[in-house]
Write a protein that binds this ligand. Structure first.
Ligand SMILES: [Fe+2]
Length: 502
């Protein structure tokens, strides 16, 4: 039971008056069942039903039986003959920038050189901002007290002192310094409070610049905090009126995979859905941001939640849907944390044994993260594994607004700024540093759609095709399944196409 409500009353809310619940039904009849899944199945069960829609014990039994044996239908989708998509008339223009993935032994030395590379590259980025004279941490003592200096370092530690100030330990190649962010003396001190609020958002292992006044070594009293950040830039607008559709978190194989909505989406791409048909015809590119399948053994007891228990079958089913997408659409596919690839980042492309016989020239398997230049727009595509640690660590971030966390990631110019929660491969070059400021940053992972524009970068989280899981119910997360963000390359407009009502 959640929030004191009975299963029956939660089911009643979800059915929204469309189906009557018989008085004979009791909570015990649906014990252990997911109410979202059950209500979705009941609504679809009664969809074509003309009589009085009553959910009684007998019907519930039939629905439960259907749920237990639920395997996707995978119907073949044919293109609407009258559909004349504008996207078909143009040659695709794209370039994939794949950094070769290094294998390392993950020794202490590998990690040391990985972090050194991260520090140096982010420091170089910071030095192009107007940060003044940068001194190394070991030189602080050479300056008189109160002298204005700048330092660049990686955050090693952040604590709140007894006086309520924030003290950050910053490391550079020569040692470490202690930077103090003074707690605002009164709420009127706007200058102090905005600096203090920024300092509250600092996370371990990120690289920043601080301007401040020297104190007794190794202390510096901060008066400015600078992130590597994305410069304000104008996004390219194309002459051709084309579109890029972004999606993720399909979770084929899960009992909660919303197959009817996903098929509707494929139908839409084929011109079989009236709503938004013009927009569908503009779609020349489709990006799939990971969690293609639900996987096997991703979390304890997952087999209870699976409609397809065979991992190969999960992928072959996924590819059957992909086969029905028109072949003039270029499709870019990255893996996610549920997919059958290594979890440590960067995640390599989906292995061939999962791809099996599927082969199409318009489908490109790429690592996570990856840069793809599409119609001159630099798109950074990443599943979003680091969103968990960013949301947990930075005040103001939440699962309900993933775009805010994505902007924090952009500011830090690093895909996974906090080391620890998300495993990484310690390559010599830290490929998670954002060398190029992207025009579009696309992620998924949190199953919640979100859009934002930051310094000219379009931020997109593409939601999911999976209904609310028990895990999400427990954590209070509310996903937004069936919403497809589509970016138009001429206007720069993003539309969330809603497949829930179609
Ligand atoms: Fe997912």
């Amino acid at each position: 039971m959640k929030g004191g409500k009975t299963l029956i009353s939660r089911l009643y809310e979800r059915l929204d008056g469309k189906v009557i619940i018989a008085a004979e039904l009791e909570d015990s009849d649906m014990e252990g069942m997911n109410v979202d899944e059950l209500s979705a199945m009941a609504l679809s069960f009664f969809r074509e039903y003309d009589g009085l829609r009553v959910l009684d014990k007998k019907t519930l039994g039939e629905i439960i039986k259907g749920l237990e044996s639920k395997e996707p239908l995978v119907v073949e989708v044919l293109q609407q003959p009258s559909f004349k998509p504008v996207a078909k008339e143009f040659e695709p223009k794209f370039r994939m920038r794949n950094t070769p993935l290094e294998k390392t032994g993950a020794t202490v030395n590998d990690f040391a050189s990985y972090f050194r590379d991260r520090y140096k590259r982010l420091r170089d980025m910071l030095s192009t901002s107007n940060i003044g004279m940068v001194i190394s941490s070991d030189k602080i003592g050479q300056y008189a007290n109160g002298r204005e200096v700048s330092i660049v370092g990686m955050v090693y530690d952040k604590i709140v002192t007894k006086k309520g100030n924030i003290m950050v330990t910053l490391e550079d190649e020569y040692g470490s310094s202690k930077v103090i962010f003074i707690r605002p003396s009164s709420p009127d001190r706007r200058d102090q409070s905005s600096l203090f609020d920024s300092a509250m958002k600092l996370v371990h292992d990120e690289v920043i610049a601080v301007k401040g006044k020297t104190g007794a070594p190794p202390f510096v009293i901060a008066n400015k905090l600078i992130w590597p950040d994305v410069p304000v830039h104008a996004r390219k607008q194309t002459r051709e009126d084309l579109a890029i559709a972004f999606t993720s978190d399909v979770h084929v194989g899960s009992k909660l995979f919303l197959e009817d909505k996903f098929i509707k989406f494929i139908e839409w791409l084929n011109g079989n859905v009236e709503t938004g048909r013009d927009l569908a015809g503009k779609v020349k590119y489709l990006v799939i941001g990971g969690d293609l399948a639900d996987g096997i053994g991703v979390y304890p007891g997952q087999d209870r939640d699976l409609a397809i228990l065979d991992i190969y079958k999960q992928y072959s089913t996924f590819f059957k849907y992909i086969e029905d997408i028109p072949d003039y659409i270029q499709i870019f596919i990255i893996p996610g944390n549920h997919d059958a690839v290594q979890l440590a980042e960067p995640q390599p492309v989906l292995p061939e044994e999962m791809i099996g016989d599927f082969k199409r020239d318009n489908v490109h398997f790429i690592p996570s993260p990856s840069y793809v230049e599409i119609e001159g727009l630099t798109s950074l595509i990443y599943h979003g594994n680091s969103l968990d640690s960013v949301i947990h660590s930075i005040p103001g971030c939440s699962y309900s607004r993933p775009e805010i966390a994505m902007v924090e990631i952009l500011k830090r110019r690093h895909i996974s700024p906090i080391y620890g929660d998300t495993p990484i491969v310690p390559s010599k070059k830290d490929t998670l540093v954002m060398d190029i400021a992207p025009d579009i940053l696309h992620m998924g992972h949190v199953h919640k759609n979100g859009l934002a524009e930051y310094h000219g970068t379009q931020v997109i989280n593409s939601g999911t095709w999976q209904a609310r899981t028990d895990y999400q119910i427990k954590l209070g997360h509310i996903p937004t399944p069936g919403l497809l963000p589509v970016y138009e390359t001429r206007s720069g407009r993003v539309t969330n196409v809603d497949f829930n009502g179609l």
